[in-house]
Design a binder for this molecule. Structure first.
Ligand SMILES: NC(=O)c1ccc[n+]([C@@H]2O[C@H](COP(=O)([O-])OP(=O)(O)OC[C@H]3O[C@@H](n4cnc5c(N)ncnc54)[C@H](OP(=O)(O)O)[C@@H]3O)[C@@H](O)[C@H]2O)c1
Length: 240
């Protein structure tokens, strides 16, 4: 698919990107690059309204005047609030074409002293909320795949090497990322053949603006390259 083809969705009613877990790192870089390449409308979800306002300005600046960005402040572990926000997003910005699921807490967790409730909270962010999101968006993405030949309906999740190589000092994040990957594998097995790009962006190390590989700009560029060729050569994941 050429860049011209990729831009075609701009004129379609489904030119909406939804970022769940909007923050200054990978979230901002991927969201702005994808929006500048393909999506006019952007919905940003995160817990802190003040940070979301900063993210909105950053994306408007990166994408230009054609961008329509709206923010929705909520904790994704609140399933009712998440479902309501997804409903409002559709009413206010149109049907989503790309859902970018990026929410997580990248925090140390010490084996045996880490509270079980904290582990369960991480599970809710990475797995339960992703499942609630999939329940709502997969039927929409299936409709889009059937109705628009140029569409690239997608559910994309940021992950890492932790599912395959757990780090004991990050055991909670490691185990929930493993469960998240497993859910994404099931979704891919069920829906990839029906035209939905279900996939993972695996970032192999700690993200820093000064790192040569694991900086948000490079991660976004590699993620876009992978996504842009997904219609012709779909693959479940990209390793960065
Ligand atoms: N940072 C790393 O070194 C690294 C390495 C490999 C992979 N990853 C993966 O990359 C993703 C995050 O990227 P990033 O670290 O660069 O962060 P980021 O994109 O800068 O921000 C992620 C945002 O997610 C939001 N979030 C977290 N918990 C949430 C919740 N319960 N409800 C709603 N929003 C929530 C946070 O905003 P609020 O606080 O406002 O809610 C946060 O700003 C994660 O999936 C992580 O596992 C990160």
């Amino acid at each position: 698919m050429t860049n011209v083809d990729l831009l075609k969705e701009r004129s379609s009613p489904a030119c909406l990107e939804v970022t769940i877990g909007a923050g200054p790192g990978i979230g901002r870089a991927v969201t702005s690059l994808f929006a500048s390449k393909r999506y006019n409308n952007v919905a940003l979800i995160g817990r802190r309204a003040d940070q979301l306002s900063i993210e909105k300005s950053a994306i408007e600046e990166a994408v230009g005047p054609q961008a329509k960005v709206k923010i929705y402040a909520l904790d994704v572990v609140d399933s009712a609030a998440l479902s309501k926000a997804l409903e409002n997003i559709e009413a206010e910005l149109g049907k989503p074409g790309c859902i970018f699921y990026n929410a997580a807490r990248v925090l140390p967790s010490e084996l045996l002293t880490h509270a079980v409730e904290d582990m369960e909270y991480d599970f809710k962010i990475n797995v339960s909320a992703l499942y609630v999101c999939a329940q709502r968006v997969i039927p929409r993405l299936l409709q889009l795949a059937k109705s628009e030949t140029e569409a690239m309906p997608a559910l994309i999740v940021t992950s890492s090497m932790l599912p395959l190589n757990p780090i004991p000092q990050l055991f909670a994040l490691s185990l929930v990322k493993a469960a998240q990957r497993n859910l994404m594998q099931s979704l891919s097995m069920a829906y990839a053949s029906q035209g939905i790009h279900v996939g993972l962006i695996n970032v192999g190390g700690p993200v820093s603006p000064t790192d040569k590989v694991w900086n948000p700009t490079n991660i976004a560029a590699k993620a876009w390259e992978w996504f842009a060729q997904s219609k012709e050569k779909p693959t479940f994941e990209v390793m960065i």
